[in-house]
Design a protein around this ligand. Structure first.
Ligand SMILES: O=C(O)CCC(=O)C(=O)O
Length: 275
């Protein structure tokens, strides 16, 4: 992180990084998703890539309506499938940011693919005054100590009308009740910052920041991958960091460590008295 990025992340609670996925990587990820979308429910389940469709009564999600031939709004635990999704665990263009934002030995605690259709949106959550132990933004002794930092990778171009990610800048430090929490982000509201992206861009943000997605008013399907990281003492979010068969054999050391969680304790001082 440059000093300017560090300053901006502290003030805003997020950074937009352009072109962190190469066109080739973006293509491979989309190609894999295209392939999985041609498969039946039973076939994707057998491959570990089950589609979890958003229920209409979801508290946060406003569920979109697929055009003919498209699937509905669904999430998928991509690491259970493996493939190119494993390469993003320790992606060199983004992981150094995460390491600095967390400021502790860290681990990956969730990874999901999200597909969102026309009419879909995600209501604002977080960014209000109460202490949320699993998402706090903190800064101590000159270092960030975020308890949760996430990366949203855009796999498609997503403009405001395509239902882009949206935030309330600075809300990770707010001391008052957030008046917009639970609402679909209105891109015209003065507090709301929509974040349009090109395929290959990423938004890295503190989970403490109020965030969501504006309504998709186009006919384009929005594709996003979310990778979530936390200090090593954190547990994983449900099953969202479970990996595919053979991962332990395939993975490099860093990937393995990020999935299994390194020791949250500093290495013992050599020569210290044993007790
Ligand atoms: O749809 C989006 O981009 C927002 C998703 C989100 O914030 C979440 O899943 O927690």
């Amino acid at each position: 992180m440059t000093p300017e990025e560090r300053y901006l992340f502290d003030v805003q609670g997020y950074l937009v990084l352009r072109g962190v996925l190469s066109p080739d990587m973006c293509h491979r990820l989309n190609e894999t998703i295209d392939h999985l979308e041609t498969l039946s429910r039973d076939e994707v389940v057998a491959l570990g890539a089950a589609r979890k469709y958003r229920e209409p009564d979801n508290v946060y999600a406003k569920v979109g309506t697929p055009s003919a031939g498209d699937l509905g709004d669904y999430d998928c635990e991509v690491l259970r499938y493996g493939g190119p999704f494993e390469e993003l665990i320790d992606w060199s263009h983004t992981l150094p940011y995460i390491e600095q934002m967390i400021g502790e030995p860290c681990r990956l605690d969730a990874a999901s693919f999200m597909s969102r259709n026309s009419g879909g949106a995600f209501r604002f959550h977080h960014g209000y005054a109460e202490l949320l132990p699993y998402s706090e933004y903190a800064f101590q002794d000159g270092e960030f100590k975020c308890v949760s930092a996430k990366i949203g990778y855009a796999l498609t171009d997503v403009d405001v009308e395509d239902g882009c990610f949206a935030v309330i800048p600075g809300s990770h430090k707010s001391n008052f009740t957030n008046p917009l929490v639970g609402q679909v982000p209105d891109p015209g509201h003065p507090l709301v910052q929509p974040l349009p992206c090109k395929a290959g861009d990423a938004v890295i943000f503190s989970e403490d920041l109020s965030h969501g997605a504006v309504e998709n008013r186009s006919l384009k399907v929005r594709r996003t991958l979310f990778y979530s990281y936390a200090p090593a003492f954190h547990c994983a979010w449900h099953d969202l960091a479970m990996t595919a068969e053979g991962f332990e054999k395939r993975a490099n050391r860093r990937r393995l460590e990020l999935i299994q969680g390194p020791s949250p304790f500093a290495a013992p001082v050599v020569g210290a008295d044993a007790h």
